[in-house]
Design a protein around this ligand. Sequence first.
Ligand code: HEC
Ligand code: HEC
Ligand code: HEC
Ligand code: HEC
Length: 483
Amino acid sequence: MGGLSKKIFQIQTISDQSKQERLLLDSGNLLFKRQSVAAGPNQERLTAAAIMQIYQKIGYDAVGIGPLDMAAGMDFLQTGVAEDFPWISANISDDRDKPLFRQWISKEIQGVQVVITSLSAPPTTLPPSIKVAPWESILPELLPRMTKDRNNPFIILLSTLSTEENRLIAEQYPAINLLLGAGQHLRNASPQLINNTLVTQTDKQGQYQGLLEISFGKQRTWGQNREKQLADLQNRLGSLNWQLQRLEKKSAGNTSKEKYSGTIARLHKDRDTINAQIASLQDTITKEQSPDMFTDQYQYRFIGLESNMPDDSSTDNILKDLNRQIRQLHKKPSKAKKTTDTMTLFSPWRDLVGFRVCESCHVLQTEFWQTTQHARAYTTLAVKEKNLDLECLPCHVTTDLFTTSLQNLPKEHLLTLPRELQSVGCESCHGSGKTHSVDPERFKMVRLPGKNICLNCHTPEHDDNFDYETKLVPISCPAELNK
Ligand code: HEC
Ligand code: HEC
Ligand code: HEC
Ligand code: HEC
């Protein structure tokens, strides 16, 4: 959620800087991190509702629906906080084939009718009485309906289908001018022209924003990327000039000038050709920039989120409200999940003993550990009133990282950890100590935690300059004095 607020700040800044009309689009998969979430009030649903509020507040024009958005069922998307949320999906319907969402929206931009539609990938298990039609059956009847009575529209397809399906669609439907993907496994993919469809996608989970600047021409075909062609030619010219200079110098101080003259003449000829090409390309560029330019042109860039970017203040209230709701929800964990139960019953805490037990034999290391940030990790959350937030707790408490990855934690138990497992304790780095604490000679601990252990928590998102060797120094416990 911290990322979302930074992303909004970035979008607002870019919009403020640009005088152009903008379209704010998201292809989908924005609400949840997995395909099904539990019923009833829980943090995942509260968070998803807040995301919808924020998207609506900053004025998204259209948002596609992916399998990760369907995790709480279709009602969740259609009712409640976001009644007029700009969801679109052309292929989600009820069991009588009645579409459940708007199938497209249109907007006039720079005098051009832009029509935006969306295709959803089906989730692994479909909610009851919901159909997600395949693109092969939808597109042939959808496209004519969308473009009817529209003069030369620009068509955008938002898609959570696979890269392969997107490619097939682009090949078969050149009428689609722009296809924005949001599959689950692709990183940033620079725009690629397939027939007449520009296909692109940004990294998942909002780590990047894609900014595509389009100037519309008279015809709905893409022009070539002249700037790149020009840069390539200028590069070649540069290297030719360099070769020529070198050869001319060599030949000047050489008795057998003929040895070089052939090559020099050829290079001169090449240079003339390239100069002519550059002149003609510059001419084309000037023409294309004139008002009656023929084709559509684009420029793009991907903009990464940086952890030091400020949060957007207009979303503050929504996020504060969300935190209040989460605290309210988690204040009294159910009686069935008492602290003692968590430690005795549930893996990955079952074999942990907590730092107080270690202290009884390792006074020196415990005193040292208490001076490190790790010992304060839980307090850090508490000060920010984030210690009841299931998104934050995994890395700010002690779990057995040698047996359970943070992704697979039974998160609800994080709220019932005993005090000695709050903060990043001994056993986060040295492994669980139940047997060792009883018979240390027979059951050894991990002495030096490897880099992979740290990386569970020191992920790029939370620590963008983690260097194992450097960061090991301030946290390495001292050896026993008598060794
Ligand atoms: C009953 C006393 C006792 C308790 C309790 C105890 N240790 Fe140890 N620990 C030892 C002794 C003794 C050694 C040295 C064993 C040796 O050298 O063979 C040791 C060694 C270690 C080592 C070095 C690696 C090894 O196993 O030789 C680490 C790391 C360690 N302990 C961590 C912990 C942690 C973490 C806890 C709490 C979960 C803990 N110990 C609890 C007595 C204890
Ligand atoms: C269970 C999660 C977790 C593990 C495992 C972990 N850390 Fe940390 N680390 C944290 C958190 C959280 C903080 C910040 C605590 C705070 O400021 O409240 C932190 C802070 C630090 C700091 C101090 C802040 C800084 O950047 O200078 C260092 C150094 C550090 N960790 C190094 C390591 C190293 C090295 C390892 C592996 C041997 C490691 N950590 C393993 C979660 C973890
Ligand atoms: C994937 C693990 C992970 C998660 C999840 C996580 N943190 Fe942290 N956090 C860290 C690590 C690692 C550090 C230490 C960073 C460093 O060394 O620079 C840290 C440091 C911090 C700090 C102190 C440094 C600072 O930036 O001021 C705060 C505050 C903090 N985290 C708050 C949170 C909150 C709030 C959440 C939930 C929204 C959260 N963390 C979720 C791993 C995590
Ligand atoms: C962030 C990771 C981390 C945490 C948390 C941590 N340690 Fe360590 N510990 C280390 C590292 C690194 C070393 C140095 C290992 C080496 O150099 O071989 C070490 C060494 C040790 C040793 C071996 C000392 C020796 O004689 O060589 C003991 C014992 C130990 N730690 C106990 C503890 C106890 C007890 C706690 C909790 C109070 C704790 N550690 C918390 C990382 C950690």
